[in-house]
Design a protein around this ligand. Structure first.
Ligand code: GLN
Length: 311
């Protein structure tokens, strides 16, 4: 993928998406998210040198929701290393993002770090030994460092909205706690979880933040190693197999890149060695993934010829 062509491709896709009548349905189980206008569409592609090709509403912050789980997984692996895999599995779930059913047969150990139960267990690992405020500060600092932008912040209204209505997540956390999978007080763990899901970022910020996954774990702006190359590769693998819940197979089939979605309508996708891509369209499909976001990434992959499965 190269410079000027890349910008015209991104602009073209944004124009096409904005003209489409099909938008999917905005998530309404978090009241604050139900108010977002489904007409937004943004896209940004960040290259290793920091160049960004952006179009549409690429600079409007949105609720990253479950995309934050890629970054909390990265932090938790840094804290616990491979011991993390005692607390959470790494197999696709084949069920909804907020499903509770598998927890019973698997003794409270969630299938993977990207479904809600798994992400709550990961947050608990980051929280241990800290106050909730410190753990949250650590996550936020990490996002600001990765995106080279001190402006990244938490949308308090979204966090509080979810805290008031997140009964299913409370059930998941309490159920895991009954098996000893959650170490901290459930309220503390959930508080940190709801707040990191409520981080607001633009497509541009998110694409920049994802670069380390496309660059073998290196932060291109500073040259620092965020994580080892092997770990970046493995996080990409989990994004491919689990990043879109029960739509992960379809996303791999259509787009052919590791990706992670959020119910705010964002998707972060990685082209290993080449680029980090963020798209945002708030309307979701039946599996809770951005409807037009996926279609835009499919168009991008097809027209630019990128795929981890070959040309
Ligand atoms: N905060 C949301 C929840 O816990 C995240 C879900 C998502 O983005 N899929 O329900």
């Amino acid at each position: 993928i190269t410079g000027p062509d890349l910008q015209s491709l991104v602009s073209q896709i944004a124009d096409e998406m904005r003209a489409r009548p099909d938008r999917g349905r905005v998530a309404d189980y978090i009241p604050e998210l139900a108010r977002v206008d489904p007409a937004y569409f943004g896209m940004a592609v960040a290259l290793p040198d920091g160049t960004v090709a952006a179009a549409g509403d690429a600079d409007t912050p949105f609720s990253i929701q479950s995309i934050s789980k890629v970054f909390t997984l990265t932090l938790a692996l840094g804290i616990a290393g491979d011991r993390l895999w005692k607390r959470v599995g790494r197999e696709p779930s084949g069920s909804a993002f907020n499903s509770i059913v598998q927890l019973e047969s698997e003794k409270g150990v969630p299938r993977n770090p990207f479904i809600n139960a798994g992400a709550i267990a990961v947050t608990d690992v980051i929280l241990s030994g800290h106050k909730p405020r410190e753990a949250l500060g650590e996550i936020l600092r990490f996002m600001r460092f990765l995106s080279d932008d001190q402006g990244v912040a938490i949308d308090k209204a979204v966090a509080e909205s979810e805290q008031r209505t997140g009964f299913r997540n409370m059930a998941l956390a309490n159920y895991m706690k009954s098996f000893g999978v959650i170490e901290n007080p459930v309220d503390y763990t959930l508080g940190v979880y709801f707040h990191h899901c409520a981080i607001a970022m633009s497509c541009r910020q998110l694409a920049l933040a994802g670069r380390f996954l496309a660059q073998s774990g290196r932060h291109p702006a500073t040259g620092l190693s965020v994580i080892q190359a092997e770990r970046a590769r493995r996080i990409n693998a989990i994004m491919l197999t689990c990043g879109h819940y029960d739509g992960s197979g379809e996303f791999a089939y259509r787009v052919g890149l590791p990706g992670k979605s959020g119910v705010g309508g964002g998707i972060l996708a990685v082209v290993p060695g080449q680029a980090s891509i963020a798209v945002w369209s708030p309307g979701l499909d039946a599996a809770g993934n951005s409807h037009l976001g996926r279609i835009a990434l499919e168009a991008f992959a097809k027209r630019s010829g990128v795929s981890i499965f070959g040309a």
